[in-house]
Write a protein that binds this ligand. Structure first.
Ligand code: HEM
Length: 161
């Protein structure tokens, strides 16, 4: 969190909010989002498309495959810094938006919104957990369904900077 805030606040140069024009130089921010999409793809299994035979691609398991990722369960955004692996469907070890002709057409919009939102949330607030809890206490169990999300809601305290 500290590293992300340092980058965002440095790039903001004292401005009150982050705009889309600031995003392209925020490499650590992009790495954090890529890492989150690797471990927690919102659509865990891609949509089955084939005729007669059903092939289901498990993007969730691919993102945690130890033959592709060292220490796959760990949150290490740095592994995406200076790393060509992207989520645009050319690197099959990271396919949160699918791949090929039916790749998600909302990918660019989704990433712009994700980056802008996260950048502004960490720019304007310092974040803590209630009752002195630390990030190790967070229960990251996921609900399984067509889309996945945290089983228990995330409760965090936003402290305006
Ligand atoms: C983080 C956000 C998002 C994720 C992770 C995501 C992921 C996906 C995935 C995995 C697929 C299936 C691709 C495949 O089967 O190969 C898909 C399809 C699709 N997505 Fe997204 N999506 C996101 C946001 C959006 C947004 C913002 C829009 C629209 C504005 C959108 C519109 C669509 C549509 C229309 C399809 C169906 C495409 C087709 O069947 O040809 N998605 N998305």
């Amino acid at each position: 969190m500290k590293e992300l805030q340092n980058e965002v606040r440095k790039v903001s140069g004292g401005k009150s909010s982050i705009s889309e024009d600031d995003l392209h130089i925020m490499q650590y921010l992009k790495a954090v989002i890529k890492k989150t999409l690797r471990l927690h793809p919102p659509i865990p299994t891609l949509l089955p498309r084939t005729k007669r035979t059903q092939v289901i691609i498990n993007a969730w398991a691919i993102g945690r495959d130890p033959s592709s990722w060292e220490k796959p369960e760990e949150f290490i955004p740095d592994r995406f810094l200076n790393n060509p692996i992207d989520f645009k469907g050319h690197h099959f070890e990271l396919i949160p938006f699918g791949s090929g002709r039916r790749i998600c057409p909302g990918m660019q919009l989704a990433m712009q919104i994700n980056e802008l939102l996260l950048a502004n949330l960490v720019h304007k607030f310092d974040w803590t957990l209630p009752d002195g809890a630390s990030e190790k206490d967070l229960d990251m169990t996921e609900c399984i369904g067509l889309t996945i999300h945290k089983d228990s809601p995330l409760i965090a305290i936003a402290n305006p900077v």
